[in-house]
Design a protein around this ligand. Structure first.
Ligand SMILES: Nc1ncnc2c1ncn2[C@@H]1O[C@H](COP(=O)(O)OP(=O)(O)O)[C@@H](O)[C@H]1O
Ligand SMILES: O=c1ccn([C@@H]2O[C@H](COP(=O)(O)OP(=O)(O)O)[C@@H](O)[C@H]2O)c(=O)[nH]1
Length: 198
């Protein structure tokens, strides 16, 4: 069987990764695996040995050790019947990248990294809006957001640079409305269908 296709989806907290992934799922039939959602699900299990650790990392805007995240992602991929995945919010630091490269990378076909560009001010407003609308997330508050942005700049941006040097990053302006952003995303995905050179 052909190796599963994987697209990583990155961008600052609140850039709109989840929103756009849902649209890609609806239009192009990918399976959306959000590393953050998988961690929050694991945290919510009463019998999880990692619940408290995950909660502390998320509230502090730190990146959970890759062994935990990668095994959640691998399990979700294996459970799925499909073979093309959007992996949202991962890899976020060197530890994530090393863990992925030494376990999963050889078993998948990495297409590209979709990167949503959005300035901090807009992202903060979106995350605070998401919190006010009842996301229930313990990190959609100003104190956690400062830490999440710090982690994004110091740990995640170098990973984007790493993929950039490999020519794998596809950037999309995420400042416009969700539908306008998706219009750009759609062009990228239509190119894959047309045998685009990824
Ligand atoms: N293009 C956009 N313009 C304005 N608000 C947006 C846009 N995309 C997403 N949002 C809103 O911003 C918040 C964060 O979006 P989300 O997709 O959850 O981001 P991320 O997954 O990157 O954290 C949500 O409340 C969402 O409804
Ligand atoms: O691979 C991952 C993805 C997420 N997280 C944690 O989950 C939080 C929320 O991430 P998510 O992608 O859900 O939301 P975003 O910060 O992009 O809005 C992050 O700040 C991290 O603490 C993590 O440790 N590893």
């Amino acid at each position: 069987m052909a190796k599963p296709k994987v697209i990583f989806v990155l961008g600052a907290p609140g850039a709109g990764k989840g929103t756009q992934c849902q649209k890609i799922v609806d239009t192009f039939g990918y399976v959306h695996l959000s590393a953050g959602d998988l961690l929050r699900e694991e945290r919510a299990k009463p019998d999880s040995k990692y619940g408290e650790l995950i909660e502390n990392y998320i509230r502090e805007g730190k990146i959970v050790p890759v062994e935990i995240t990668c095994s959640l992602l691998e399990n979700a991929m294996q459970r799925s019947e499909k073979n093309k995945f959007l992996i949202d919010g991962f890899p976020r630091n060197q530890n994530n990248l090393d863990g992925w490269n030494s376990t999963v990378a050889n078993n998948v076909h990495q297409l590209f990294v979709l990167f949503f560009e959005c300035p901090k001010e807009a992202c903060v407003e979106r995350c605070l809006g998401r919190g006010a609308a009842g996301s229930g997330r313990s990190d959609d508050n100003m104190q956690s957001l400062e830490k999440r942005f710090n982690t994004f700049i110091t740990e995640t941006q170098p990973i984007v640079k790493y993929y950039d040097q490999k020519g794998l990053v596809r950037r999309v302006d995420a400042t416009k409305s969700p539908d306008e952003v998706f219009a750009e995303v759609k062009i990228l995905f239509e190119n894959i269908g047309a045998g685009g050179d990824f």
